[in-house]
Design a protein around this ligand. Structure first.
Ligand code: 26W
Length: 823
């Protein structure tokens, strides 16, 4: 009888308007007479959500055959502690081809769709590159019809909001769930018990075998919240399951009965703490127990969910890796390794060797960074306290592994020490990356150079031990749906007009068809008119958020990313000071020749990262001085856009003429915003690092300004900086002098920052690269003067970005690592 009543709602304007009104009066319990934009957004969101849920059900139940073992394809599970999704509504409307009828329907109800879209808060459950990559990958998995799920944590507080007060960063909590979140489906019926603490006991089973039993000291409940991810131009809708921690339904009766109500309630509170807040550190490990608790809580719930699904099919354990691929997004989920071993050996009674074989065939591991301070190491005593059985298993994995190494390389004690999962520090610690490498059948870096560097440095001894085939490269990619079609609709429409269809959004190499128009004057004009419009849009955002007025005809030079010493925003602002000083010395005739420039910064610093926060202060102090210098006018403006996030990026990126990706060579694993900027017709000023290199290979050296030391030279250069008395680059010296003489306010404030390149011996080689950086900046100015040539370069940039679609990346993972097919 059910079929008879499941009439799907229509997608015509009237039906859509009806569903929005319906949600207004029922879901929101509001009257149409007293509606504001926020209410309009909420009602529209619920209407869109209805459509996603229908597709989601269809995908999960029919397409994957959730309940039909016949159609039970191998699935990939993407475990990521961060998903930086941004806004959902525009994305969903475009994915389903419903933008037009929704625009019309909301218009008929008295709204402007752009205003409604602006009401949505970003889902900001991530720090930066790693979290946004996960979001792009989910988009591609859905769009390409792969059977995939993501697993993450539902933080009550996402990445903090950044306020700028007196030039300094202040952090405000991101309580993003104040109003209901229509993009998640609470699955209160799906809950998993996650144990912590306690002790391990041994017993003999019926076969006389020694077995281990972990008796937990505390149990926390994991509750599922599902977020549907719509594929573009397909009904395939995949799922990210986010876990939220809840206390168990029962109080601890022992405490309760003894009258210790406080203690009983306190434990409940502690349970909720686990998923309260996203750790705001990017590329910096802080060994807090709560973070370790988050990791195990998430991994345990996810793995048991996966196992439950597998067990329903009644297959033997040996087939687990034929049904399940699990990708570890950096080392954060590596506890899944000892957890799977524990389930298979302790709970399911498998032999160690069989369990280990299943484990290594199941996991793949992606490394995203080589910075030593970012590599996760957990203290053995902390692990032993929180997860006593897992620690034993890690020691056993290490023991068996070292035994095999010993067999192949007898008497090489140094080798054993270098590849040991356990670091003999005080106290001992567990090197999570080594555990992940040993337990995965494939380990990949995220750009060609990075994948080579991990083989040459942090994982070098493992090549010898495990062979070279375990290591591979998967160059990152970005979704053109969000980063072109959604962020830059005018450009996307122009491209579709020129190429005859929107096919390029699913097959990005088709963009190459634009190349032949790169020199076409009429097309150049249309192209640059859109660029100008996008720059006006950004100009308005800048005015709104900072009060600064900039000229959209100026060259827009943008560096937006997390603030970190290795990314060298410091070098950028030092270059700006140099430019300012040079301008000040020019006469009127010389100034006439100057290309006006707006230097735009954005990005958050980790709250505890003192030096990064000083960089923000310096940028704002320089801006204060330069922007108010009447003598300079439009020739130079310096802007720090507060609270950089995904939705702000969607406005910033299409407006770039040039963007900066200037990390010390060898430090930026890939970078992904570089791809977004170029896809939107911008040129790059960058170092020979990460994906810059592969972008250069694709777009050609007329479209990119590369400078600076090469990664092979960095080690020697550092040595020279440290131990020889090399004089600082003289132009840099002059810049430092201006800061120290108070040109940008109280100089003592900036002393610790200056010390990083003087007393600190310039670990990130700013002095070494400064000269070539300034030269490249001059080349940028020269190139920008030739408007026609610049337009051509801009078009070629976009035309040649086909490789950097996340679709390409995901297909490579699917074929080489996961061994999954489209469903
Ligand atoms: C344990 C603290 C911590 C937190 C986050 C360590 C490391 C991370 C991330 C792995 C840092 C990160 O986001 N790395 C970035 O990953 C992107 C996607 O692959 C790359 O494009 C960036 O180059 C890399 O910095």
């Amino acid at each position: 009888a059910w079929e008879k009543y499941t009439v799907p709602e229509g997608n015509d304007v009237d039906s859509i308007a009806r569903s929005i009104v319906h949600h207004t009066t029922t879901t929101l319990a509001r009257t149409p007479y007293n509606m504001d934009d926020f209410g309009g957004y909420q009602a529209t969101a619920h209407s869109v959500r209805d459509k996603l849920i229908q597709d989601w059900n269809e995908t999960q139940q029919v397409r994957y055959g959730w309940y039909h073992t016949i159609k039970d394809p191998k699935r990939v599970y993407y475990l990521s502690l961060e998903f930086l999704l941004g806004r959902a509504m525009d994305n969903a409307l475009l994915a389903r081809g419903l933008k037009e009828p929704y625009t019309e329907a909301t218009k008929q109800l008295g709204f402007k769709i752009e205003d409604l879209l602006e009401e949505e808060r970003d889902a900001a459950l991530g720090n930066g590159g790693l979290g946004r990559l996960a979001a792009c990958y989910m988009d591609s998995l859905a769009t390409l019809d792969y059977p995939a799920w993501g697993y993450g944590l539902r933080y009550t507080y996402g990445i903090f909001q950044q306020k700028i007060v007196d030039g300094y960063q202040n952090e405000v909590p991101d309580y993003w769930l104040t109003y209901d979140n229509p993009w998640e489906l609470p699955r209160l019926d799906i809950s998993i018990e996650v144990p912590f603490y306690g002790h391990v006991s041994k017993y003999s089973d019926e076969n006389g075998r020694t077995r281990h039993k972990w008796e937990a000291g505390e149990i926390v409940q994991a509750v599922a919240y599902d977020v549907p991810i719509p594929g573009f131009d397909t009904n395939n809708t995949i799922n990210i399951r986010f876990w939220s921690s809840k206390p168990r339904k029962e109080f601890d009766l022992a405490y309760f009965n003894s009258g210790d109500y406080n203690r009983a309630v306190e434990d409940q509170k502690k349970a909720e703490n686990i998923t309260s807040v996203l750790y705001p550190n990017d590329n910096h490990m802080v060994g807090k127990e709560l973070r370790l608790k988050q990791q195990y809580f998430w991994v345990c719930a996810s793995l048991h969910d996966i196992l439950r699904r597998f067990k329903k099919t009644d297959r033997p354990w040996s087939e687990f890796p034929d049904q399940v691929a699990i990708q570890l997004n950096d080392t954060h989920p590596t506890l899944a390794v000892p957890e799977l071993m524990r389930v298979l050996v302790d709970l399911e009674g498998l032999e160690w060797d069989e369990a280990w074989n299943i484990t290594t065939r199941t996991f793949g591991f992606t490394n995203h960074t080589v910075l030593p301070e970012a590599l996760e190491k957990w203290s053995v005593p902390m692990l032993e306290h929180l997860l006593p059985r897992h620690l034993q298993i890690i020691f056993d994995i290490n023991l068996y592994f070292l035994q095999t190494v010993e067999k192949s390389f007898p008497n090489d004690r140094d080798l054993l020490a270098t590849v040991s999962i356990i670091e003999e520090s005080q106290p001992q610690s567990v090197r999570m990356a080594f555990l992940a490498v040993i337990a995965s059948h494939k380990v990949n870096g995220v750009a060609a150079l990075h994948s080579q560097i991990i083989k040459d440095t942090i994982f070098a001894p493992f090549i010898k031990v495990l062979g070279p085939d375990r290591f591979t490269n998967k160059t990152n990619g970005i979704t053109p749906r969000r980063w072109l079609h959604q962020a830059n609709p005018d450009l996307s429409n122009l491209i579709a007009k020129k190429l005859g269809s929107f096919k390029f959004l699913k097959e990005l190499s088709l963009l190459d068809g634009l190349s032949k128009y790169a020199n076409d004057a009429a097309f150049q004009k249309e192209w640059m008119d859109i660029k100008y419009k996008n720059k006006v849009r950004l100009t308005n955002l800048i005015k709104e958020r900072t009060g600064i007025e900039v000229n959209p005809n100026a060259l827009f030079d943008i560096q937006v990313k997390r603030i970190h010493e290795y990314k060298r925003q410091f070098m950028n602002i030092l270059g700006v000071i140099h430019r300012y000083a040079k301008l000040k010395k020019m006469n009127a005739a010389q100034r006439k020749e100057v290309v006006p420039r707006v230097v735009i910064f954005g990005g958050k610093a980790a709250p505890g990262y003192y030096i990064a926060k000083l960089v923000i202060k310096l940028i704002n102090s320089v801006g204060e001085k330069v922007n108010n210098d009447k003598d300079i006018g439009d020739l130079l403006k310096v802007v720090f856009i507060p609270d950089y996030n995904v939705s702000v990026a969607e406005v910033i990126i299409p407006a770039n003429d040039i963007s900066q990706h200037i990390s010390t060579a060898g430090t930026e694993a890939s970078g992904t915003s570089n791809m977004k900027f170029v896809l939107n017709g911008g040129l790059i000023l960058g170092t020979v690092d990460g994906a810059n290199i592969e972008i250069y290979e694709e777009i050609g050296d007329d479209q990119i300004f590369l400078f600076g030391a090469r990664s092979e030279q960095v080690e020697d250069l550092r040595h020279v900086q440290r131990y020889r008395n090399v004089p600082m680059n003289p132009e840099l010296q002059a810049v430092i002098h201006l800061i120290e003489n108070g040109t940008f306010g109280e100089p003592h404030i900036f002393q610790p920052l200056i010390n990083t390149i003087t007393v600190g011996k310039d670990y990130y080689l700013i002095s070494v690269d400064f000269g070539s950086y300034l030269e490249s900046n001059d080349l940028v100015d020269e190139a920008f003067k030739d408007k026609k040539a610049w337009a051509q370069k801009s078009i070629l940039c976009t035309a040649r970005m086909g490789k950097f679609s996340s679709d390409r990346a995901i297909k490579e993972y699917a074929e080489d690592i996961w061994n999954i097919d489209v469903s």
